[in-house]
Design a protein around this ligand. Structure first.
Ligand code: CDP
Ligand code: MG
Length: 738
């Protein structure tokens, strides 16, 4: 965290303020970037300006070097590629010449580590080769996991297209709350989390002949757990083939873990990428990224641009800046297509990034980390890397987990730069200093298992009958204190008994594909007879895209519309109001449009809710409803989330109930006007401060009722649930900062 997450958060806020950055700043920044017209010029300038320009390690052969000289203008080869048929494209991929040797290696070894540059064809081709080679006899499937749901959907769509089949038939995907497969599915792409869930139903993965754990280098929590589980089942299923594929990182480590499994290296095809750093740290990287895009667009050869941002909000902000400035430049410049890509973008919009750039135009893709290795986008010649990514961080000592924008590692930065060198020589603009790269960034990203809350995974392992979690076969073990805290939490949620064994409640919780606290809340709704209401709340909380739409030019109207949904007891009930009114309007898109609600998010909430309703029978919960009983609804929420309780302290601040950590009401909460004494929050978001997002008013006394084993009388002694005096002046200002 040497860059300082908090520091970054502050910068993020400055960004918000500085949308209308004055022209001088812009010119200043442009001056500080050593852009040059051609590569040759750059070479000369390099020494003169004493700009450190670094070549990424390249594996290109001498022929390719020659080719590279001819490819000053990457345009040509790109267009050639576009004229190729889809089968020709398949045959042009680096993995293609190794098809037979790869299949032979798989035949010979049960476990094979496959290493290859992003874009070599691992994800899309290898499962097809296996299928064509007869690995799908007797209804057996080939599985391929992806850490990200966008990647699972998009590669499945691509492979279906390559095979000329309809998505969901022979080729399908499975992600949480969405199963796009059928009886006929032979190649199944899925998130690693979904495969972990499949273990609950089919502990030996009998339906699969091959399992490919893809993007293994990402080291997500689920992928890491899968390694341990798979290592176990391959011992008693000798016919099951296991492939572990990764970008060119960590292969040796995977090989060691799987008893010296051989590594199959697909030789890469990568052109040199020149790296540029800024002279001084960039205070406002979103704006700096936008300026750099325009700079490239005006001064550089054709070739698409890829910008790495941390999430939807940043992407939308950057898109807005770019659109504005392009308008200002008028018709003098070439066409610039701005295409976003992030997890919650609807799939038809996601597909746009793969469409060929029209001749003479330039595409700029504003992406989250997903474009680092999970998705290969062709035609990228320029990468802009502000150096940040959003990550979950869990602090076992305070028991707090929050989503934090963090500096990336050097390994990530190099992966990002590599994206510019697939079609020809490329350029990567790092919006940080070389000093920061060398001295402030970590070498590698810390694996997720060492920095997130393990409650969910521990519950799943327990329900798979794995009791000894300390001695589970981990690639890298989680910190003991995190493991212990997860066990404690599950015990407090009544999922485990005092011996650490799964209870019947725990078994049901494991069946519901949400985190343990939410699962507990759903089960508690049964006692309070508000299951329908709680499922609505759960679905709305699980959407993870914005519900309220707030266009800048209609902000006043949007805020007024939002206020109409406010419920005095907090955001959970406000969300329920939105859903119920939408349902009352027959799920109308027009209704959403009129009241500034995102229809897309609502549709997703409805899907999730339907799935949860469908699951209730399995966990023996009967649907019950009592929309007017706010107390019952809030007690059910508190039964699940009693770990997330905060009490009003002073000056607009709250303290968490047990550990007395300072937290603030999120400025978007409906409760900011009238701060209640006791609240339960859904999650924490760390920017300049820890903000509680989605907050519900509770009565302190309830804690003794719903979690008597966790709260003592004296901890909730202040049980008056009187509203706090209206916050004025400074404290109020603070609430508005984000
Ligand atoms: O997995 P790996 O990074 O090795 O490569 P891949 O994802 O299989 O991508 C191979 C090629 O498939 C890329 O060069 C893209 O041209 C193409 N592809 C695509 O057009 N659309 C997708 N959704 C995914 C891949
Ligand atoms: Mg891949």
């Amino acid at each position: 965290l040497s860059f300082g997450a908090r520091d970054k958060a502050r910068r993020y806020q400055e960004t918000e303020k500085k949308y209308n950055l004055v022209l001088e700043d812009e010119i200043e920044f442009i001056k500080s970037l050593p852009l040059a017209g051609t590569r040759k010029k750059t070479k000369k300038k390099k020494k003169k300006e004493q700009k450190k320009v670094e070549d990424l390690e390249t594996s290109s052969s001498s022929e390719e070097e020659e080719e590279e000289e001819e490819q000053e203008e990457p345009k040509e080869s790109e267009f050639k590629k576009k004229k190729m048929t889809i089968q020709e494209v398949r045959r042009s991929l680096p993995v293609y010449p190794f098809r037979h040797s790869l299949l032979a290696a798989i035949e010979e070894h049960q476990v094979l580590i496959v290493e290859g540059e992003t874009g070599s064809g691992k994800t899309t081709q290898i499962p097809q080769y296996l299928m064509e080679h007869g690995y799908c006899q007797d209804g057996q499937k080939i599985g391929c996991t992806q850490p990200r749901r966008v990647a699972a959907m998009s590669v499945a769509a691509r492979v279906a297209e390559e095979m000329g089949k309809k998505l969901g038939n022979e080729v399908g995907y499975s992600i949480r709350f969405e199963d796009c497969t059928s009886e006929r599915t032979k190649v199944k792409y899925m998130t690693d989390g979904m495969l972990l869930r499949e273990f609950l139903v089919d502990p030996s993965l009998a339906g699969y002949s091959v399992m490919m754990i893809d993007e293994a280098h990402e080291r997500t929590l689920h992928t890491d757990i899968l390694f341990g589980l798979l290592k176990d089942i391959i011992r008693f299923r000798p016919e099951l083939k296991l492939l572990v594929s990764s970008a060119t990182l960590d292969s040796a480590k995977f090989s060691d873990f799987f008893d010296e499994a051989p590594i199959f290296r697909i030789p890469g095809r990568r052109y040199p990428v020149h790296i540029y750093y800024t002279r001084s740290p960039e205070a406002n990287y979103i704006d700096a990224a936008a300026v750099t895009v325009l700079q490239i667009h005006i001064t550089q050869h054709l070739g698409d641009v890829l910008v790495f941002l941390t999430g939807q909000e940043e992407i939308e902000a950057c898109q807005e800046i770019l659109t504005e400035r392009i308008k200002g430049l008028g018709s003098k410049i070439r066409e610039l297509l701005i295409l976003p890509i992030y997890a919650n973008l609807p799939s038809d919009m996601q597909a746009k990034i793969f469409e060929p750039t029209p001749p003479g135009a330039r595409k700029v893709i504003l992406a989250t980390n997903i474009a680092e290795t999970s998705l290969t986008i062709d035609g990228i010649s320029y990468v802009i890397d502000p150096g940040y990514a959003k990550q979950n961080y869990f602090n076992a000592r305070s028991g707090m987990e929050s989503l934090v924008v963090n500096p990336i590692s050097r390994a990530s930065a190099n992966q990002r730069a590599g994206r510019a060198g697939r079609v020809g020589p490329g350029k990567c603009f790092r919006l940080y200093t070389q000093w920061a790269f060398e001295n402030e960034m970590e070498e590698n990203t810390i694996p997720e298992i060492q920095r997130v809350n393990l409650g969910n995974v521990v519950l799943q392992l327990k329900s798979l009958g794995i009791h000894d979690l300390i001695n589970f076969d981990y690639l890298d073990p989680p910190p003991a204190e995190t493991l212990i805290l997860a066990l404690e939490q599950l015990y407090a949620l009544k999922a485990l008994n005092h011996k650490g064994e799964l209870t019947s409640t725990g078994r049901k919780m494991a069946e519901i594909p949400v985190d343990p606290m939410m699962a507990r809340m759903i089960l508690a709704a049964d006692q309070h007879k508000v299951v329908e209401e709680i499922l609505t709340v759960a679905a709305m909380l699980s959407v993870n895209g914005a519900i309220f739409y707030r266009p800048k030019d209609k902000a006043i109207h949007a805020d007024a519309a939002r206020k109409n949904f406010f419920h005095p007891d907090g955001d959970h009930l406000t969300l329920m109001n939105v859903y119920n009114e939408w349902a009352g309007a027959e799920y109308s898109p027009q209704w959403c449009y009129e009241v500034f609600i995102q229809h897309r998010s609502m549709k997703r909430a409805r899907d999730i809710r339907d799935q949860l309703v469908g699951l209730m029978e399995r966990v023996e919960v009967q649907l019950s409803t009592n929309p007017g009983d706010s107390v019952a609804i809030r007690k059910a929420i508190t039964t699940g989330y009693f770990y997330h309780v905060a009490r009003f302290s002073k000056g607009g601040m709250y303290k968490t109930a047990k550990k007395s950590q300072t937290v603030m009401m999120h400025p978007q909460s409906c409760l900011t006007e009238d701060l209640p004494r006791w609240v339960v929050y859904h999650e924490l978001v760390l920017t300049t401060k820890e903000y509680m997002r989605n907050v519900c008013v509770i009565d302190g006394k309830w804690l003794l009722e719903v979690a008597p084993h966790y709260y003592k009388d004296n901890e909730v002694h202040d049980t008056t649930n009187k509203k706090m005096p209206k916050v004025k002046g400074k404290a109020k200002e603070e609430l508005r900062v984000e």
